[in-house]
Design a protein around this ligand. Structure first.
Ligand code: HEM
Length: 214
C-alpha cells in the first residue's frame, strides 16, 4: 500500500522542506514594509521552522516506542533528513542574521560574548552533526564518537531552544508555549528511553514457565 508517509522520503522530503523554508523566509521579508524588520521577522520564522523540525527528530524514537504507528515509524525512518532539514533551516537563520547585522549596525555591538555563546556552541554542534550524517565523515570518527557527538548535540540544541524561548517570556507570554513544548519534548524523550530499556530487559529475560497443576 502506498501512503503519503511512504512516498515522501529521503532527499525529496529534504528538498520540499528546504523550498518551503526559503519561500517562508522570502514571504516574511516581503510582508514587512521595512527590510530590516522583514529580516528580523524571517529570523524569527526560521527559528520556529527549525524548532518544529528539531522536535520531530528529537522525539521520533520515543514516539515509535510509546505510540507505535505508521507516522512514528516514518519519523524514525526519516530522522536523518529531518535533521538535515533542521540544519538547513538554521543555516538560513544564520544567513538572515548576517544580513540583519549588515543593515542594522547596532545589532552586533549591542550583543555581548555571553549573549552569543549558547547560539555559537549550538551552531558548532549543528555543523558537526550535519557533516557526520554522511557516510564518509561518520566512518572517519567511528560509531562511539558519532553516538557521543549526536546525543550531546541533541541535548545542547534542545537546551539552547529552551533557553532562547525562556528568555523571551518577559517580552511576550506567548513564549511560554514553545518553552513548555521544549519541556514536554524532554519528558517524552526520557520516558521513551525508559520504556525502551524496560522492553529490552524483558526481551532478554527467559519466558516465565507456565504454571503446573498441583
Ligand atoms: C550566535 C548565534 C545566534 C544569533 C546571533 C541569533 C540571533 C537571533 C535573532 C536576532 C533573533 C530574532 C530576535 C527577535 O526579533 O526577537 C533570534 C530568534 C531566535 N533564535 Fe536565534 N540566534 C542565534 C542562534 C540560535 C540558535 C543556535 C538557536 C536554537 C538552537 C536559536 C533559536 C532562536 C529562537 C527560538 C528565537 C526566537 C524565535 C521566535 O521569536 O519565536 N538561535 N535569534
Amino acid at each position: 500500500m502506498t501512503t503519503s508517509t511512504n512516498t515522501l522520503r529521503g532527499w525529496p522530503l529534504f528538498s520540499l522542506i528546504a523550498v518551503l523554508i526559503l519561500a517562508m523566509s522570502a514571504a516574511a521579508i516581503a510582508l514587512q514594509p521595512d527590510l530590516i524588520e522583514g529580516l528580523r521577522s524571517a529570523i524569527r520564522a526560521t527559528a520556529r521552522s527549525s524548532f518544529a523540525l528539531f522536535l520531530a527528530a528529537f522525539t521520533a524514537s520515543a514516539f515509535a516506542v510509546l505510540v507505535p504507528s505508521e507516522l512514528s515509524r516514518a519519523l524514525v525512518r526519516e530522522r536523518r533528513f529531518l535533521g538535515l532539514a533542521f540544519a538547513f533551516s538554521h543555516f538560513v537563520h544564520a544567513v538572515l542574521i548576517y544580513a540583519y547585522g549588515q543593515l542594522n549596525t547596532e545589532f552586533w555591538p549591542a550583543r555581548s560574548v555571553v549573549d552569543n555563546t549558547p547560539g555559537t556552541v549550538a551552531y558548532v554542534f549543528i555543523l558537526l552533526m550535519a557533516l557526520t550524517s554522511f557516510k564518509g565523515p561518520a566512518r572517519l570518527i567511528g560509531a562511539t564518537a558519532w553516538k557521543r557527538l549526536h546525543v550531546t548535540g541533541m541535548w545542547i540544541i534542545m537546551a539552547v531552544f529552551a533557553y532562547a524561548n525562556f528568555k523571551r517570556i518577559p517580552m511576550s507570554a506567548w513564549y511560554v508555549l514553545p518553552f513548555g513544548i521544549a519541556c514536554a519534548a524532554v519528558a517524552i524523550r526520557l520516558v521513551g528511553k525508559l520504556a525502551l530499556a524496560t522492553k529490552r530487559r524483558q526481551a532478554r529475560q527467559p519466558a516465565a514457565r507456565p504454571a503446573t497443576a498441583a
